[in-house]
Ligand binder design. Sequence first.
Ligand SMILES: [Zn+2]
Length: 511
Amino acid sequence: MADLKRIAICGFNLESNRFAPSCARPDFEENMYFQGDEISRQARLETPAIHLGVKGFYAVMDAAFGGVEGWRAAPAVIVGSTPAGPVEEVFFKEFLQELRERLQAIGPVDGVYLCQHGAAVATHTHDPDGDMFALVRGIVGPDVPVIATLDLHANVSEVMMDTTDMLIGYRTNPHVDMYERGEEAARAMLEVFAGVRPEKFRIRLPLVAPSVTQLTAEGYPYGDLIRLGQTRIGEAVMNVTILSGFAFGDTPKNGMTVITHTRGDPALARRVTTELAEAGWADRQRYRTAMISLVDATARAKTVGADGTAEPLLFADPADNPGGGGRGNTTYILKSFLDAGVEGCVLSVFFDKAAVAVAVAAGVGARIKVTLNAEEDTEFSDPLAVEARVVSLHDGRFVGHYGMVAGTTGDTGATAVLDLGGVTVICISKRQQCRSSDYISAFGIDPAACRSIVVKSRGHFRAGFQHLFPAERILEIDVPGLTSPNLANFDWRYLPRPVFPLDPDAAWESS
Ligand SMILES: [Zn+2]
């Protein structure tokens, strides 16, 4: 049995918004913190709580080696937080220490799968992802294949490039291909086991576009570029990864990144990457936002609320997206809708642990007076005093059916449905974005019966609402927040300048 392939599994998943409050151990333990054999158990569950990339990776390996006993998964540690600010130095170093000890205990391996986000920053460094990759490479040595999957919002450093054999990015935004990219990582590793030597080349463009413009649906420039890249896949080209990056990381490594992996042909990797980078740069003027004003949005919500025959509308608040480090609790839209007397609206979801506690103490059916954001002091998260009826209370656990949460178990923590009169607010205790209509139906409300819905999300919700709302009935509202698509609102400190579109005259030429 000594020749069974042993593959270490690990990962650190955080998208850091430089302008948001820092995060530490509790943020990871609340969201995803799996160690040792629990990783393998999760990976083989029907609806796991672990990252779906791990599930995809295991599925391919189990099939390739004739079952669970045909290879040796060597699971170390995989963690993830809801997007937040920089990770605190003390916790990150503790995590690295745990990873080091676990990898040393595992001993020699034949490969490493890194299930990574790739856009973390730490309070002490711009590149914690690179630190982790370097640690892994240092332990396993130069000859063991190290293959990572990355979120397409990853900001890739030189260290991340130099310490890995392949960096395989998601190709969909909203991200509905995590499972498939985990599968792809496994298939690539099998090729390396069979003797293929991946060669990669990357170019980083001075292009840091607002996240709302980086969708991959038809008609969006980023989607067009990714699809162009996929036409180059073939016998020689293994993988084309094009990462839009995450603006709010505000790091020197920001910028849209093209990486081509070939089967042993470095010149071809360079050629394909250059061609795609040139195409992406030539298309840069198309990365434009299309938001409407709060006044306009309020009027439209009022109209559909009053007219039962009008088509329902879905409003997004991209500036307060927990998926980008937002707190998920600003009240600009809620206050405007309440003041205007909007009817038939559901806001899903609003993060306010203290408000949920008030509702739980009062019980279902009670009328309460509560101040939203009473215990929150982050910029933009203003308090708002409201009166509400407690419609229902929930433990927050549900199985998702749509979009990115399909086939996974969701958990919003203790959850209260509050009727504020015209606007119903689904109040949660675990900060996260509304990624699908499951975040409404799980709490006893029929999403198809709402006159309007407000989500605090930049774009991931689209995959989970497309069965109810065509794109033309989805409207993004321009309000302040930690994740505002108006990039000029921010005090950038570390972005490489000049960079498009912040600096409209930014120039780039392939060398
Ligand atoms: Zn992402």
